[in-house]
Design a protein around this ligand. Structure first.
Ligand code: NZQ
Ligand code: ZN
Length: 381
């Protein structure tokens, strides 16, 4: 195991009606909020009114920046940051899924440090301060509610990239699984794929960390255990709660300790290009890329893929191919795509994707990729 620091300052409230604890957490930080929201689901569902009623009762003033799109863009970060500065707000409340919370995180450092958003994303400048951020999660998937990462895309530079900075940890996050009962089947599937992929990224990180291996595999087995039942019974609170916690654990550091860096993340880097080009939901990009990445990488890390299979099944003799097949079958059974053709993309699109990979050179933190890998992966997807 390599040396590590275990640090996660996010206070997480989990369970029914936890939103009621929000005023107690925000009041020490001031009296005026910027609420950041998505394209309207939370308004139709009544969650936004619950929030504003609470703020009204607590004497908190608020303004809103609405309309964050899935696969969020830097232009929204810039506009929301400008509004935050102009209105002199004391804190940000993000209510929504990963796209909304990620946007809010980058707004918090952009406005708080008075620095250009994309330069921050590109690490050309470093944030010096952040506006305090609180998140109310309405979709289980990314784990952003309890980490310091944000992923934003920029169509001008043709990039979708992540930034990790400790100033972006939310001060507190509020996770009420009942808010996720309204999430339709497809985005629920995307969330299951995403949290499974995060557990895999952690597993394929650099270094020997047996307990982290087991924790990552336990997180995957948990998803295997409830997914089928949940997809048949989307309004089941207990199953929604299992998924929500499963997604948080996959990306809050718990399963990553003892490795150099926090995992591999090469698959995410490849998959982000599919979202960038065709606005594909994040989960679908991962069900397409992860099995193909494993098939190509089985030449380089056969022992790790076999180890994954052994821990998942308890069988000593399992092969790398059989291990990869477990994930293909799982994703297929969920109804997720394994090929680009299943989301309406063709050979010309594949060429465009390959071209962008060669241009941007996505790679893992542990398992490095080159053009040869891209060409093999594109053949398989
Ligand atoms: O826009 P609205 O109307 O709010 O609708 C959203 C959106 O269309 C809808 N939704 C949210 N809560 C709902 C709901 N619909 C019904 N009921 C509810 N309770 O769901 C749609 C998808 O939302 P989005 O926020 O885009 O999904 P997700 O949470 O999967 O976030 C995806 C983004 O997070 C990034 C991804 O790359 C992608 O941009 N990631 C962030 C990470 C992080 N910060 O740690 C790690 C991940 O690997 C990932 O890269
Ligand atoms: Zn992800």
């Amino acid at each position: 195991m390599v040396n590590f620091v275990a640090y996660n300052p996010v206070k997480l409230y989990f369970g029914k009606k936890v939103i009621e604890k929000l005023p107690g957490e925000i009041i020490p930080y001031g009296k005026k909020a910027l609420i950041i929201t998505g394209k309207g689901s939370i308004k139709k569902l009544g969650y936004y009114d619950e929030l504003t009623n609470l703020l009204d009762k607590s004497g908190i003033e608020y303004i809103e920046y609405a309309g964050i799109k899935p696969n969020p863009v830097v232009e929204d970060v810039e506009k929301a940051a400008e509004l935050a500065q102009k209105e002199n707000i004391d804190f940000i409340i993000a209510m929504g899924g990963g796209s909304v919370i990620d946007t809010a995180k980058v707004v918090s450092i952009t406005a708080g440090s008075d620095l250009p958003a994309w330069k921050l994303m590109k690490k050309e400048v470093s944030p010096t301060a952040a506006i305090p951020l609180f998140s109310i999660l309405t979709l289980a998937a990314t784990g952003t509610e309890m980490n310091a990462a944000a992923v934003i895309q920029n169509h001008k530079t043709q990039e979708k990239i992540g930034l990790f900075h400790p100033l972006m940890y939310p001060k507190a996050s509020f996770l009420d699984p009942s808010y996720t009962i309204s999430v339709p089947k497809d985005p629920t599937v995307n969330g299951i794929i995403d949290l499974t992929a995060h557990s895999l990224e952690a597993f394929f990180g650099d270094g020997d960390a047996p307990l982290s291996d087991r924790l990552a595999v336990a997180n995957i087995l948990e998803a295997f255990d409830y997914s089928n039942d949940l997809l048949k019974d989307l309004t089941n609170y207990d199953l929604r709660a299992r998924m929500m916690w499963n997604a948080t654990i996959a990306e809050n550091g718990t399963i990553m300790h003892g490795r150099a860096a926090t995992g591999d993340w090469g698959t995410h880097a490849l998959a982000h290009h599919i979202s960038l080009l065709w606005d594909t939901p994040h989960g679908q990009t991962l069900s397409i890329v992860f099995p193909a990445w494993m098939k190509v990488m089985k030449e380089e890390i056969p022992h790790r893929i076999v180890k994954l299979g052994q821990l998942l099944t308890g069988q000593k003799e399992i092969s790398a191919d059989d291990t990869i097949a477990i994930f293909e079958m799982f994703f297929k059974a969920l109804g997720a795509p394994l090929k680009m053709s299943e989301i309406g993309l063709n050979d010309k699109d594949k060429k465009e994707l390959l071209h962008l990979w060669k241009q941007n050179k996505p790679t893992g933190l542990n398992i490095k990729m080159n053009e040869n890998h891209y060409e093999k992966i594109i053949e398989l997807i």
